[in-house]
Design a binder for this molecule. Sequence first.
Ligand SMILES: C[S@@+](CC[C@H](N)C(=O)[O-])C[C@H]1O[C@@H](n2cnc3c(N)ncnc32)[C@H](O)[C@@H]1O
Length: 444
Amino acid sequence: MAVVCDESLSEVFRLLREGAGIDPESCGLDSIAHVVRQRASASGAESPQHYLRRLLSDSAEFQELLEDIVVPETWFFRDSLAFRAVQYYLDACHSRGREKFRCLSVACSTGEEAYSLAIALRDANVEPSQLYIVGTDVSRRSLDLARHGSFSARSFRDPDAQIVALCNRWCERTGESWQVHDDLLAGVEFCWGNLAQPEFLAGEPPFDVVFCRNVLIYFHAEARRVAVRHLDRLLNPGGLLCCAAAEARIFSEAGFRSLSAEYPFAFRRQDNEVDVSATAATARQQCSETRPSQLGTVSSALPAPRYADCSVTAANRAGPGASGAHVSIGVADGTGAEASQAATLRAAQQAADSGRLDVAETLCAHVLALEPGCAEAHYLRGVVRQAQGLLDEAQESLEKALYLDPRHHQALVHMMLLAERRGNRRLAENYRRRAKQTKPMEAK
Ligand SMILES: C[S@@+](CC[C@H](N)C(=O)[O-])C[C@H]1O[C@@H](n2cnc3c(N)ncnc32)[C@H](O)[C@@H]1O
């Protein structure tokens, strides 16, 4: 077997960077080296230089190498709040008479994300004829599995009872695996695409919803820029983009506008001037007046909203029934310092909603300097810090909010997301349970 020396490895790393946008360090240099050694040996290469030459001249070998390096980890309703965000967006911004609702799952791996989107939208009463969902990935092996729509128990990891019920409704158990219903299968297409290359989905009309999660974390800075440009092109002016929480910073720094502070991973294009928070409240009201609607509403079998519209929440939490006696913001007829504090918090919320995180942070600090015991300000600061990628600081702020108001629903949800992000499933489950026991205030 050819011993792959450091020099040859650096060349392979360069190829991965240029060919697939992958930052070798983020995938683990040792594990890549191990894969390269295995492939060099399997291909019968006589020397490292020989294997390198083969990689450079044989795109099929490069594809095989890539297949062994990429991380295909995914499951149904992974970070399920994202699918709630889609339903929220659908309700808030989607014109109900629309003929088609186009969704794209970039780096979809074995397809669970694309099928989850299909399930979430069908669950929200979107008709199959209105739905067009495409999944793309650089891994042909993953795409083949995705097209079959047959999954093992590992693909159904979310223990939430409602998600389990939803998956059971759309997937049928056959022995040790679960098969997606034909009806769903027929509505989801899969095609190969390399997000790091200039020709990625060239000529494809834009989409209403784009999911691109847990792939940019493996990309180097320039590849991220290329990817963000593609995603910007592929998103309708009013469209919704969901990334993973750990990737949110990439999009806020690129000028995407946050959907709402409740969904730190959901964005809209900057050129859209619709105030989603306001529209959402109006849409909810319209929905309750005009059901059944042509397209879906927020009522669905997905887990009950673990959030409320934050813009409204800030004003509502101090209303009758709000927990935490010290929270005095948002009282409509408030006067003096309280009213001014409420206004500052609302401004902070708006700044956070529109992605001006530094402004939101300054305004929270201002409120807290005057009233250190304001749970809402600690909570909002935690959300802002989470969106900034400052996880320790976010946790600290959210913990303070919960110390002051142990039943603060949104703070519990964000603590759950933080714990999930850190891979602490037990803690996440603990927060999930607590959040479920606290009912979010309804938007008026
Ligand atoms: C961890 S999975 C994410 C799956 C799914 N989006 C999720 O969040 O559960 C990462 C996926 O990114 C894909 N990927 C890596 N580099 C890519 C590239 N340059 N273009 C498209 N997909 C890529 C991998 O093949 C893999 O399927």
